[in-house]
Design a protein around this ligand. Structure first.
Ligand SMILES: Cc1cc2nc3c(=O)[nH]c(=O)nc-3n(C[C@H](O)[C@H](O)[C@H](O)COP(=O)(O)OP(=O)(O)OC[C@H]3O[C@@H](n4cnc5c(N)ncnc54)[C@H](O)[C@@H]3O)c2cc1C
Ligand code: SF4
Length: 512
């Protein structure tokens, strides 16, 4: 029996389940650069370069290892932009008996894979996606009967299951979570190691030219492309993080800095999300660093919680709640996405820098995404659909399964609290405490209302005021609502007036 193993664009790992019993004498592999994966959104040029170059390098490596590869490049005349048509063609040419594929991470792609059998007239075996540590079904079982789907309990379950950072039955270091130690602003004297960076080889140079020709109007540029594109390079990036940045990862996890977009984060998400790295090996190396006293518990636990906790959790939630999750807009947010998200033209320094970092690097770290870009969209009441489109386009690590819950659930509270126990809304004071953005801003972070006031200040109170019905009973917002209720009416009117003026300026597309 001759099998055709289809390796999807984000499954670039030899350990993938579709290859488990691959017979090099008989079986063949299909890898295909589907155009629709790259032009269905205004994807950042660096994101497209990254994805295509990784696929090409993987194809070359597998070929060198003796796997029979059918690789269809973006502009190949046989690339019909649909897996089913391409497979049908290969069946005719190569006498394929059965197709094997690992389940897709994307809801829509999975839907079309389920149609393949009918279209191609051959058995299609869909295998579990073993690039994740928690199976979809396991998440569903965990979620069944729970009133709230909080990360913390899910994360503890996986810590125990995989015996990660455990001291017998108890968590290593005496606590499950060291988050309260991980909220320091960047210390003045701390020196930040340089982020991992690769020089593009000939293959990547070709892809850069291809992307410049095929996607000239997409967001960002291909210049200064520094991501690794092979497993070897991704492993080097992982090792460099463990050696040079993990120690301070925890301390400065929430810090932001105008001069450095990378800080002590790992910058590994793009490698994890297309299979170049496996979550388990990242966790094992971090845990080893702890046991060798190379990194403290708050950093190691913090890093492991992101990968074993948040990453697996958002994937489970996505599959549990799709397809309806996409349409959720619980706070009825209807303001259009301001044009500055695309063109960086805003006087708000925190947003300007975060968007410029995103445009330059196809990367920004979590706190920029959550507490600047997401927080603004939340308190200004921007339409979730448009915010999701933006986030899905601009980051090299963005795939719907991870982007959507983070945006609609964590950042926008558009799911009504399925994911987060309260909205991550904050005024300018938080941004000022955690960054050095405010000192060079057009607006005054100390001013509460009026033309010069920091927009985050009045938008924050206006957000709480206009969403009283939905949010005032949330116990985690008790203090905020007590403060709002104690605000003199005259002050609240000024807050709401400033917010109205600001939101009208967004509607008129004025520079704000
Ligand atoms: C609004 C918003 C949108 C986001 N969109 C994406 C996205 O499209 N793709 C994506 O991979 N992550 C997304 N995240 C999660 C997180 O911000 C990124 O994973 C992280 O910034 C990637 O940088 P890093 O590798 O340096 O992460 P680190 O800070 O070094 O964290 C280590 C790893 O943990 C994982 N991780 C951390 N936080 C999360 C999280 N909330 N959800 C899932 N995995 C997490 C990532 O794999 C990451 O590489 C988003 C978060 C928010 C708030
Ligand atoms: S003053 Fe307000 S808008 Fe300006 S950087 Fe600070 S938080 Fe951002």
């Amino acid at each position: 029996m001759r099998n055709l193993c289809v390796i999807l664009a984000d499954q670039l790992n030899q350990e993938i389940s579709s290859l488990n019993d691959f017979n090099k004498d008989l079986d063949e592999i299909l890898i295909c650069e589907l155009k629709k994966n790259f032009n269905d959104n205004n994807h950042h040029k660096k994101k497209i370069v990254y994805q295509i170059s990784c696929m090409r390098h993987f194809g070359i490596e597998m070929d060198a290892l003796g796997f029979k590869i059918n690789y269809l490049k973006l502009n190949d005349p046989n690339n019909e932009d649909s897996y089913a048509s391409i497979i049908l063609d290969l069946i005719g040419k190569k006498g394929i008996d059965r197709v094997i594929v690992t389940e897709s991470s994307s809801y829509d792609e999975m839907k079309s894979i389920k149609q393949w059998q009918k279209i191609i007239g051959r058995d299609v075996e869909i295998r579990k996606n073993d690039l994740f540590m928690c199976d979809k079904q396991e998440f569903e079982e965990w979620a069944t009967g729970r009133k709230e789907l909080r990360l913390e309990f899910f994360y503890r379950m996986l810590r125990k299951k995989y015996d990660v950072l455990m001291d017998g039955e108890k968590p290593e270091g005496g606590a499950w979570n060291f988050d309260k130690n991980n909220r320091k602003p960047l210390a003045k004297k701390v020196s930040i190691p340089k982020n991992y960076s690769c020089t593009p080889d000939k293959e990547t140079e070709n892809v850069i030219n291809l992307v410049n020709n095929e996607f000239p109007d997409h967001f960002g540029s291909t210049g200064d492309f520094i991501f690794g594109v092979t497993r070897y390079e991704a492993l080097k990036a992982l090792n460099q993080f463990i050696e040079e940045r993990l120690t301070y990862f925890g301390d400065y996890q929430d810090a932001m800095n105008a001069e450095d977009p990378w800080l002590f984060h790992s910058h590994l998400s793009m490698y994890l999300n297309n299979g170049l790295l496996l979550p388990k090996e990242c966790i094992e190396l971090a845990e080893k660093a702890f046991h060798k006293s190379k990194a403290p518990i708050n950093s190691v636990e913090g890093f492991i919680r992101q990968i074993l906790g948040w990453r697996e959790y958002v994937r489970g939630l996505y599959w549990l709640k799709m397809p309806n999750y996409r349409a959720l807009n619980d706070l009825a947010a209807e303001v259009p996405l301001p044009s500055f998200y695309w063109n960086t033209k805003t006087k708000m320094n925190c947003l300007k820098i975060s968007i410029e970092n995103t445009k330059d690097n196809a990367y920004s770290h979590h706190i920029q995404r959550l507490m600047i870009l997401g927080n603004f969209a939340l308190i200004a009441g921007i339409r979730p659909k448009e915010v999701n489109e933006w986030f899905l386009s601009v980051y090299a690590d963005a795939y719907e399964w991870v982007e959507l819950p983070n945006v609609s659930g964590m950042a926008l509270f558009a799911d009504g609290g399925i994911m987060a126990s309260k909205p991550y809304a904050s005024s300018g004071a938080y941004i000022n405490r955690m960054s050095n953005y405010c000192k060079d801003c057009h607006y005054d972070v100390k001013e509460k209302v009026g033309k010069n006031a920091c927009p985050f200040n009045y938008l924050y109170w206006n957000f709480l005021d206009r969403n009283r019905k939905k949010l005032s009973s949330n116990t985690r917002l008790g203090l905020a609502y007590r403060n709002l209720n104690n605000m003199p009416d005259s002050q609240l009117s000024l807050v709401n007036e400033s917010a109205q003026n600001f939101l009208s300026a967004i509607l008129k597309d004025e520079e704000i």
